[in-house]
Design a protein around this ligand. Sequence first.
Ligand SMILES: *Cc1c(COP(=O)(O)O)cnc(C)c1O
Length: 491
Amino acid sequence: MKNEDARIEESLDPHDWEALRDLSHRIVDDAIDYVRDVRDRPVWQPMPDKALQRFREPLPDGPKAIETVYQTLAEDMLPYPMGNIHPRFWMWYMGSGNFTGALGDFLAAILGSNLGGGNHAAALIDQQVVDWFRQIVGFPDGASGTLVSGGSMANIIGLTVARNAAAGSDVREAGIAALNGHLRYYCSDQVHSCHQTAMELLGLGNQALRRIPTGPDCRLDVVALRSAIAEDRAAGFKPACVIATAGTVNTGAIDDLLRIASLCRRENLWFHIDGCIGALLAIAPQNQHLVEGIELADSLALDPHKWLHAPFDVGCALVRDANSHRGTFALNPEYLETAERGIANAPWLFDYGVQTSRGFRALKVWMSLQEHGVGKFGRLIDQNVMQAAYLCDLVEGNPCLELWPGRAINIVCYRYNPGRLTSDALKQINTEIMLRMQEDGSAAVSDTTVHGEHFLRVAINNHRTVSDDLEFLVAETVRMGDAIVGQGGTG
Ligand SMILES: *Cc1c(COP(=O)(O)O)cnc(C)c1O
């Protein structure tokens, strides 16, 4: 630019590449130590005021050396993670990460490619990873899929395709007002809350999601499901879709996929599986029989950031009929035409979901699957299931503890129960045990209510957990429970 007010043009690149190299090497060194030494730190710790002050700092208007920024982060923020990469974190349901996955996220950001589509290597890796998941669950060649933010979005994708397939009218053009009849979806009362969100977003409403009561094993009662469908048909509703859960979030229960599949076939209903927890059992030699029938679904959600331990976030939606999938989302805006040659000479990946720009989530999965092989991940899944069975045995063998009886895969619900206490008192004591463990950083379990009774809940979805950790958990539960009862309450 040679005109008079030419300025020095700026960019975000550093002036001193060598200084950046030094800092980056230090960050990688620190990161390796951080992961290597995770067991020596508390699972979680509350943040002191000094750290909390940091979050009230105003929008920075001037520059700061990146070394200073990293220093602040390292001192005041990195010591206070959620804790889920720790070997004694078993709350809710999430993976425990892996270093290769972190490198994948780093390299994905360095490359910077947009996975909305296009003719480039990242797009092919994205499609390859989706195809690997297709093979894992046994969907036919030609089935489609997409990587999304997580299981919630993957379920939304599946339920949307189901709605459009059942609509009987062009719901994309005319909206739900033009549906001929009220669609009904079915699931068990143990279904994950994201399905309600999906129904609300789809405009069908929460009432259109009929929860079928579960028996003591927390699995969907297929006989009750059949009557509900018949009852709805008689009342003029339009049954559209059954959502089976392969691994419920409360207890890990796996619905009877084969029976539900054949019911769907007979009733001409869309068969969706929420496999966020259990779909990956398909790669676990000792337990894959538990998800027999998974290959029969019309659509399926799975969650690599759970049992594949990919760093957050990555989920995957798979749809048996690629035409229904594309037909639900694809559009052809004039500013996004494909081309005969060049960068736009490829199918758009955004045609399979609701994001236009997409991150390169596939890389972290691709790299760790290449590094370890799928067999290793399968063995780790079996290992977690075995550890859960071991924990059940420990709990059963201890007279002060009560096991929720419906053993399934890798989720264990139990409580401190020395006898002679009401349900309310037990809830109070067990909640206190859970909070004390979190606050002293020794272990992290969550709690839940199963069929009206409160339990501590241990979801062993962790490749760093060893049996000793579970022995410690049991001993701590009893020690803390005794102390609380000895103190005469939860004060
Ligand atoms: C985790 C989970 C979800 C939600 O997945 P996110 O990845 O958290 O969005 C849905 N269903 C089940 C059964 C889950 O365990």
